[in-house]
Design a protein around this ligand. Structure first.
Ligand code: KG4
Ligand code: ZN
Length: 357
């Protein structure tokens, strides 16, 4: 048995995740309760419902992780828990439960930044050295950063409005893709990816390249969303019917949206690479791009980024899909990385609280 065991707890959005990892970074157990289907049914995340579900599932999720690892709370060295960013009501459940366990079993808390955990988890299975470039794309975030160390992140750019997963989810909902049986049990992003793969004439739709003239690394998806919804409305009027009955058109529109999103992501990542080169932020022989977050599961987007990396002498890596989306493993891993360096191990955690974000 290892002497050090880190318990990780994640409740920032709609997944109750938990994992236990030992000193060597070996994963002893992982549990995840996803609220995804419930929120799909409701047409989006309702914070009060998300909080209730976290409250219901937090204890069973942690208990099951302990049981699977054949450990008790006494064997746990520290509790890593997501502090921010996320839905305040959801975050509060994980934080409160972590504090409860920490008080009762006299364990320190290691607060974790959800985005940093997404950015670091790639190091779990691979020998990846600092610094590296990271592109995080999910339903809540879109950012480019240089990961310089466990506690040192240089933000290069982020979305000035919404996130790419959010527009996929919203457009899929507006198209009522869930009314079609093959899409009924998957998230909007996955539905858009499958619909796009069936497109025959995506170029009939001309969508804008956001922030084309801006020389920074920020993102914007609102204009794209508006343009997609406008085109959808036009098609409905033209054919005098509702979107989900316009199969070839919605496939084409999904493909056009995916292509436009990809173009934007590639464009900004290319800028970030140039910026890193100008500022000497990443050594030439060590150029690596990590892509993570739920949208990183998209193979079309990943292939385009792969091509960019080939041209730019960057290596590229994305964690396995279940590590790209929200999970407790990345929180335990980040906790371990901090533990190893003696960072943020908090014993007086009464003042530690979630912030509205
Ligand atoms: O990281 P994540 O689990 O949760 C946060 O948003 O933090 O990401 C979920 C997002 C959703 O918006 C979902 O539609 C999107 O990731 N997503 C995808 C794919 N799989 C999940 N987007 C595009 N293509 C996919 N294959
Ligand atoms: Zn996330």
């Amino acid at each position: 048995k290892s002497n050090i065991n880190i318990l990780g707890i994640e409740t920032s959005c709609d997944d109750t995740g938990c994992a236990i990892m030992n000193e060597q970074g070996k994963l002893l157990s992982e549990t995840l309760y996803s609220q995804n289907l419930m929120h799909l049914r409701n047409g989006g995340i309702i914070p009060d419902i998300a909080q209730d579900l976290h409250r219901t599932y937090i204890k069973p999720t942690v208990d099951k992780a302990l049981e699977e690892a054949k450990l008790s709370m006494e064997d746990i060295t520290a509790i890593a828990v997501t502090l921010k960013p996320g839905l305040p009501l959801s975050l509060a459940v994980g934080m409160r439960y972590a504090k409860h366990l920490a008080r009762r079993f006299k364990k320190p808390i290691i607060p974790i930044h959800h985005m940093q955990a997404h950015a670091l988890v790639a190091r779990m299975h691979h020998n990846i050295n600092f610094p590296y470039l990271v592109l995080l794309i999910s339903g809540g975030h879109c950012l480019l950063a240089v990961v310089q160390d466990v506690n040192n992140f240089k933000l290069l750019g982020e979305s000035i409005d919404c996130a790419p997963g959010e527009i996929f989810d919203k457009v899929a909902r507006r198209m009522k893709l869930r009314n079609l049986p093959e899409y009924s049990k998957i998230c909007g992003g996955q539905a858009v990816e499958i619909a796009a793969s069936k497109a025959t004439n995506p170029h009939q739709f001309k969508l804008p390249l956001p922030l084309a003239e801006c020389k920074d690394c920020n993102f914007s998806f609102n204009g794209l969303k508006t343009s997609v919804l406008f085109n959808l409305h036009k098609k409905e009027q033209e054919h005098n019917t509702v979107a989900h009955k316009l199969i070839p058109e919605i496939n084409d529109l999904c493909a056009a949206m995916l292509m436009a999103t990809t173009r934007h992501l590639v464009h900004r990542t290319q800028r970030a690479m140039m910026f890193c080169q100008e500022r000497n932020l990443i050594p030439q022989e060590n150029q690596l791009l990590i892509v993570s977050g739920g949208v990183a599961c998209n193979n079309y987007i990943f292939s385009a980024l792969q091509m960019l990396c080939n041209e730019s002498s960057y290596e590229i890596y994305r964690p396995a899909p279940k590590l790209c989306t929200d999970n407790g493993v990345m929180i335990a891993w980040n906790g371990l990385e901090k533990w190893r360096k003696g960072l943020d191990i908090i014993t007086d955690f009464n003042s530690l609280d979630i912030e509205a974000s």
